[in-house]
Ligand binder design. Structure first.
Ligand code: PEP
Length: 241
């Protein structure tokens, strides 16, 4: 049985006063709750010990001459237990390739972190009927050999649904999540594939969370905007619990 996960990605939002939101979050016993604050807040957020804390990115190397970057070891040292890899904003803003994302995910595992590996098609790719092809390519390239239910979560985030208020039809979410599960099964076998949690991400809100969570192979959500305020994120947590 896969444990449900409500994950929040604060992106480049939040200074120390935002940490007050963490203590207002509900933490039902039957699900995991994760917040990925900006790197500057990871250590302090982890000290609050209310929810699991994750980074939003890590370098593929654990140390070295990489000005401005943060390693998985550093995130683990700061108290993180997860890290997002391959978010579409990293793929777009920083030109991250599938192989870079796979290397970052391996670094995450080496530091004992769970990698939340993000994949998803653009609007142009969906409109040209290439969604499943894109998903298959990103899965094959971004998820390293050695993925398990303990070290990996996969987030399906259609790029056109992130921060736009647009959400795919539920049948479209089901189609992609079922496809991801079958691709994982073909590669890793049914036991491992059946243990890897699949999150949907893209304009999830308290008002649409329940129907999304009732969709086939959806084990939770990766939430951007609606994770910034505890009142909103609590609505999503309640829908999942
Ligand atoms: C995200 O940043 O991963 C995301 C899904 O954002 P939003 O919920 O704001 O669409």
């Amino acid at each position: 049985m896969r444990r449900k996960l409500a994950a929040g990605n604060w992106k480049m939002n939040g200074t120390r006063p935002a940490l007050a939101e963490l203590s207002k979050l509900q933490t039902p016993e039957n699900i995991d709750v994760l917040i990925c604050p900006p790197a500057t807040l990871v250590a302090q957020a982890a000290e609050t010990q209310t929810v699991a804390i994750g980074g939003q990115d890590c370098h593929a190397a654990q140390s070295g001459a990489h000005t401005g970057d943060i390693s998985a070891d550093m995130l683990a040292d700061a108290g993180a237990s997860y890290v997002i890899t391959g978010h579409s904003e990293r793929r777009t803003d920083h030109g991250e390739s599938d192989s870079t994302i796979a290397a970052k995910s391996t670094a995450a595992w080496d530091s004992g972190l769970v990698a939340v590996i993000c994949i998803g098609e653009t609007l142009a790719e969906r409109e040209s009927g290439k969604t499943l092809e894109v998903i298959a390519t990103q899965l094959a390239g971004s998820v390293p050999d050695g993925a398990t239910g303990e070290n990996t979560v996969i987030a399906y985030e259609p790029v056109w649904a992130i921060g736009t208020g647009l959400v795919p039809e539920l049948v479209q979410i089901a189609e992609v999540h079922d496809f991801i599960r079958s691709e994982l099964t073909a590669r890793f076998g049914a036991d491992i594939a059946g243990a890897i949690r699949l999150l949907y991400g893209g304009s999830v809100k308290p008002s649409n969370a329940s129907e999304i969570f009732a969709t086939s192979n959806v084990d939770g959500a990766l939430v951007g905007g609606a994770s910034l305020k505890a009142d909103d994120f609590n609505g999503i947590i309640e829908a999942l619990a």
